[in-house]
Design a protein. Structure first.
Length: 133
């Protein structure tokens, strides 16, 4: 599925594209502005990534984490990787989730937000992309 997105065969709301990494909105966000950062090379888990790809991947994660605060006004972020267990798509992806104080994210029973419209979703993508340094 993510290889299909990276190949342009499946649409996604991209916020960052580099030769090594792409980042786009999660279609079922924990909170609006939830981004997935994905290496373009197909690997399933963090344990399989080539050492040379780690810096590009986490460099992008760092940039997205800053952009979520600057672009969306988040107080912070939650960064996570599911490897195999609870991994819904078998292509390595790093979740970068906007956090606000008192947002209700605790434990493992997490809320799921919906975008109210395509326009709203695109606006979140644009605000993050525009805030990238
Ligand atoms: Zn893949």
């Amino acid at each position: 599925m993510f290889c299909s997105i990276l190949a342009g065969q499946t649409s996604a709301d991209f916020v960052l594209r580099t030769p090594e990494v792409s980042a786009f909105l999660d279609v079922r966000p924990l909170f609006r502005g939830h981004v997935l950062v994905v290496p373009r090379e197909h690997v399933v888990t963090i344990g399989e990534i080539a050492p040379a790809q780690i810096a590009p991947l986490f460099g992008a994660v760092s940039r997205i984490a800053r952009a979520i605060e600057a672009g969306l006004g988040a107080h912070g972020s939650f960064v996570a990787i599911n490897n195999t267990v609870s991994q819904s798509v078998p292509h390595l992806h790093v979740h970068v989730v906007p956090r606000h104080k008192g947002d209700g994210l605790r434990g493992f029973f997490w809320p799921r937000a919906k975008y109210e419209s395509d326009e709203q979703r695109l606006d979140y993508a644009a605000r993050i992309a525009n805030a990238l340094e």
